[in-house]
Design a protein around this ligand. Sequence first.
Ligand code: F6R
Length: 609
Amino acid sequence: MCGILGYIGKERALGTFIDGLSRLEYRGYDSCGVVGIKKGEFFLKKQPGKIHDLRKELKSFLEEKFPIGIFHTRWATHGRPSEANAHPHLDCKGQIAIVHNGIIENYLELKEALVKEGHKFVSETDTEVVVHLVEKFYKNSLKDAVCKAIKKLNGSFSLGVISLKDPTRLIAVRKGSPLIVGLGKDGNFIASDIPAILPFAKEVVYLKDEEVAVIRHNTVEIFHFKGKPVKLEIEKVNIKPQDAEKKDFEHFMLKEIHEQPEVLKKILSLYAKRNAIEFPYINLDEKYLKSLKNIFITACGSAYHAGYVAKYFLEKYCDLDVEIDTSSEFRYRELNITKNDLLLAISQSGETADTLAAIRDIKGNGVKIVGVCNVEGSTLTKESHGLIFTHAGPEIGVASTKAYTAQIMALLLLALHIGKIRNTIAEKDFKEMLEELRMIPEYQKDILTKTGEVKKIAKEFSKFGCFLFLGRGINYPSALEGALKLKEISYIPAEGYPAGEMKHGPIALIDEYRGVVCIAPKDFLYEKMISNMQEIRARKGKVLAIVNYGDSQASRLSDAVIYCPQLKNTDFSPMLVAVGLQLFAYYVAKNLGYEIDQPRNLAKSVTVE
Ligand code: F6R
């Protein structure tokens, strides 16, 4: 939700900052803007639209160099996308500039008071109050003015602030929304996420909550909001610049779908040793796992669906009760969670506000929290007792793909690990399961060779105005995920349902104008799935089935089929089914001509509640 980039140091071309900003575009893309200081003046340009439009607009300035600047890509909260509402925002005199990610909850009352004092507002945003507050408090130090201003703010905010009155300092603030400081050779950066600064900085400092950084071209000082200096904890950047590039793929989503076999191989090679599973940062000992009472899972969106798949594994292989809820509901429930329970918080970004709020609310219970997370250094990784990294690499397409199957694989390994320790999995089964898991990347590759067929199917099915996705057992969450993928990028209403529930309501939707995706691998629920497919056929619904090679019954009842390899252990099938469903959603959206990597209204890292 909004991306911030900032720089101070040796002069750099404006074009390089626009490139950096575009690597944050997954965070919001309805408007954007830049401001740099040159010869004692601001060079400011902001507008609604995407970064490539801004680049076009600034074509003749891309080589222009600046020693200091702040840059922003927006996901609108307060005020529609417009030039006035785009960041950076300036104070009345046009001497202070601010970029912001987050929400100022008390902005209305602050705005009223500032207006009474004579401040002139030009936007509908919550952000603009911050720059007027800094203006109000400015005496002779930008840092002091910012520190006074933030004391007045409620909500979540990361900020970048510069001023013509002191162009030797860039002030950065973090409360609730992520912000990093990048340490470069000839200057220093701030950014909402690492990809923005990948070519420029190899070391970073992750600002913690309630910290302010005073950044100069060759120094970085960090203070707590209460004023105490904080020791810099410098960390190496582990991502390569090329990991965040699209390569030869038309979209990041397609690239990331194709990366899944490599990602899963990596997870297996890191965690699954010959006959054991080791998570280096899990921080849970055997005694604790043996005496574990219940597992709770909290997550949002696709991560929630991955958690739902994990619920089935953990219940089946570890003999534990597992409760799961979306983070935005989990946090308000009166759950009886104790120190003998484990909470798994799953998040690709590690910055999802609802998930962070859920774990913060529960911490007092003494429950152990293990974060299952893709982004190193993210807030979730700092606030969990233990960690399982999903090692999917930067996921830039807004619709999650490789991060989802990576979460499933990591969680399945966790279930095997716990099951082995609790003696709920026999040694022989453990070995066999690991052996088959090592085949999953190859099986995914097999499905990826079906791209041509899926393209044709998608063309045929993109005419339907509504979809039902049906699955049973461990593939019920696959149905939820398939529906989410389709609606996110093609805007076609789609619902995921447990197939057995269809007769209790959704069956009323079915006619020849609806598409029904039936997930029907050959498992113990196959026959029941076949009955559901008969019911759909009888009502003229158009069926796309995801089945195993050699299938005849389900295929006969379908208008189109995507084949997956047959597994010995069908509990692993969600990692294969997902690939077919992702390709299907991708090609439907492409066929309809939508902007796949940046679907409307969405942003990747959801840092508002
Ligand atoms: C779906 C999608 C979202 C995220 C959700 C949680 O394609 O990307 O539903 O899964 O916003 O995000 P993380 O995993 O970063 O907490």
